[in-house]
Design a binder for this molecule. Structure first.
Ligand SMILES: *[C@@H]1O[C@H](CO)[C@@H](O)[C@H](O)[C@H]1NC(C)=O
Ligand SMILES: *[C@@H]1O[C@H](CO)[C@@H](O)[C@H](O)[C@H]1NC(C)=O
Ligand SMILES: *[C@@H]1O[C@H](CO)[C@@H](O)[C@H](O)[C@H]1NC(C)=O
Length: 405
């Protein structure tokens, strides 16, 4: 099987997936964390998984400027299909909740300058028990292309993760054969780590996926956000070595605008996701979001760190007590984004004294530091000169650092 697959895929030198997509981390909306598998359209018509939900979110993304900042993918998650395939074995949208059909929905998105993402599962059934793609990989790839889908999130419930090393590349092969560029979002490494307890082959994953989930699903809490940040901080997958234009690690959705995080924790999540060159998929009700949370999601300078064309993922330089220092190389030579994360939850800001050398930018002529969220110039400092920051509990200091000549 593997040899056959190699012929099909022209196995050879290791490179990223060559479909022209995800040159920078994709941005958009993904319904799962906030809207889950809400099927109750009778009593909760605004929030159930239905064409109305995706269309109304899309309308807000256009009207309130999200699209123009780069948030272009509107991604459906689990629970969209009918429980049965049609007579030809094809998937179909649930007829009550998607009465206009899936192609109609993608055309709606395209007419607004947006893209439509859909969800399926490598196994017999999706995580929520809808028809999975096992034995239907080619049929489903063709169906998604017929519907003019732009992104496929491919989950791994109800499958044997040992089959994924063959199955995910095969699905990518069928997607490629459709001739339609479809951004491929893989859950493959998350199952290799979570179920098989093995180290994923990130080179193979990078050749077949545009983005890939490495770790657990995010939940609506700071504990969950911090657990995910620390997973990448430990760097057991050498994550920053594989992240590059065309392929990015995916720490899961943004929960900015939801219930579980404070204002400063929301800034910390958004800032760290920017640092990690993560997909920026918002899972919040954008139709009802407080202005200060919207301002976080729409901060152009933070988005620019995420969308930097170098596509590098930050690494954690060190941890000292509750303080973590992360550094992300930027495309302009010698410049970096730096985050100082305070994981302490005691109710007082922490004073953090650092030198340019300690943030990993020991330029002989010194550096300029500019705080990102509020665009405040912190100062110019020589390599050994110290500066003191005040970082809120469970908060972030995010900055760009430019070498002086
Ligand atoms: C999509 O569905 C809507 C509502 O049912 C309908 O008004 C519209 O004409 C459909 N568009 C296409 C392209 O079929
Ligand atoms: C399919 O793969 C080939 C080889 O990597 C690539 O050149 C082409 O752009 C891909 N097509 C699509 C639609 O992804
Ligand atoms: C990470 O990189 C180090 C040094 O290059 C290497 O020894 C190690 O095997 C790598 N780990 C993984 C999981 O690829």
């Amino acid at each position: 099987m593997h040899q056959y697959l190699c012929l099909l895929l022209l196995c050879g030198v290791v490179h990223g997936l060559n479909n022209g997509l995800a040159r920078t981390p994709p941005m958009g909306f993904l319904s799962w964390e906030r809207f889950r598998c809400n099927l109750d359209c009778k009593n909760d018509p605004e929030n159930c998984v239905s064409e109305h939900l995706y269309k109304s979110i899309a309308d807000v993304m256009v009207a309130e400027g999200y699209r123009d900042l780069g948030y272009e993918y509107v991604n459906i998650d689990d629970c969209w299909p009918a429980k049965e395939r049609d007579a030809e074995g094809r998937l179909q949208g649930d007829p009550d909740r998607f009465p206009s059909g899936m192609k109609n929905l993608s055309q709606y998105m395209h007419s607004k300058g947006l893209k439509l993402g859909i969800y399926e599962d490598f196994g017999k059934e999706t995580c929520a028990g809808y028809p999975g793609s096992e034995f239907f990989l080619r049929t489903d790839a063709n169906t998604f292309a017929d519907w003019e889908i732009d992104l496929l999130k491919f989950d791994g419930c109800n499958s044997d993760p040992k089959d994924m090393d063959v199955g995910y590349p095969l699905m990518e092969f069928f997607l490629n054969q459709t001739g339609r560029p479809i951004l491929f979002s893989c859950s493959w490494p998350a199952y290799v780590v979570g179920t098989l307890k093995q180290v994923p082959d990130y080179q193979a994953i990078k050749e077949n996926c545009n983005i890939w989930r490495n770790y657990k699903d995010i939940q609506d809490s700071w504990d969950s956000v911090l657990d995910i940040i620390n997973y990448y901080g430990k760097n057991e997958g050498n994550f920053s070595e594989v992240a590059a234009p065309g392929g990015f690690n995916d720490p899961d959705e943004l929960i900015v605008g939801d219930f579980g995080l404070s204002y400063y924790q929301q800034k910390a999540q958004f800032g760290m996701w920017a640092m990690m060159a993560s997909p920026l998929f918002i899972s919040a009700d954008l139709r009802n979001i407080k202005p200060e949370f919207k301002a976080i999601l729409q901060n152009k300078r933070v988005i620019a760190i995420n969308q930097d064309p170098l596509g590098a993922q930050a690494t954690r330089l060190y941890q000292a007590g509750a303080i973590q220092v992360w550094r992300k190389p930027l495309a302009v030579n010698g410049t970096f984004a730096v985050a100082v994360l305070n994981t302490d939850n005691q109710g007082m800001p922490t004073k953090v004294t650092l030198t340019p050398a300690q943030i990993g930018v020991p330029n002989p002529n010194g550096i300029n530091i500019t705080e990102t969220y509020d665009n405040v110039h912190v100062g110019a400092f020589k390599p050994g000169q110290s500066f003191t920051l005040s970082v809120n509990p469970t908060g972030i200091f995010l900055a760009t650092v430019v070498p002086l000549s």
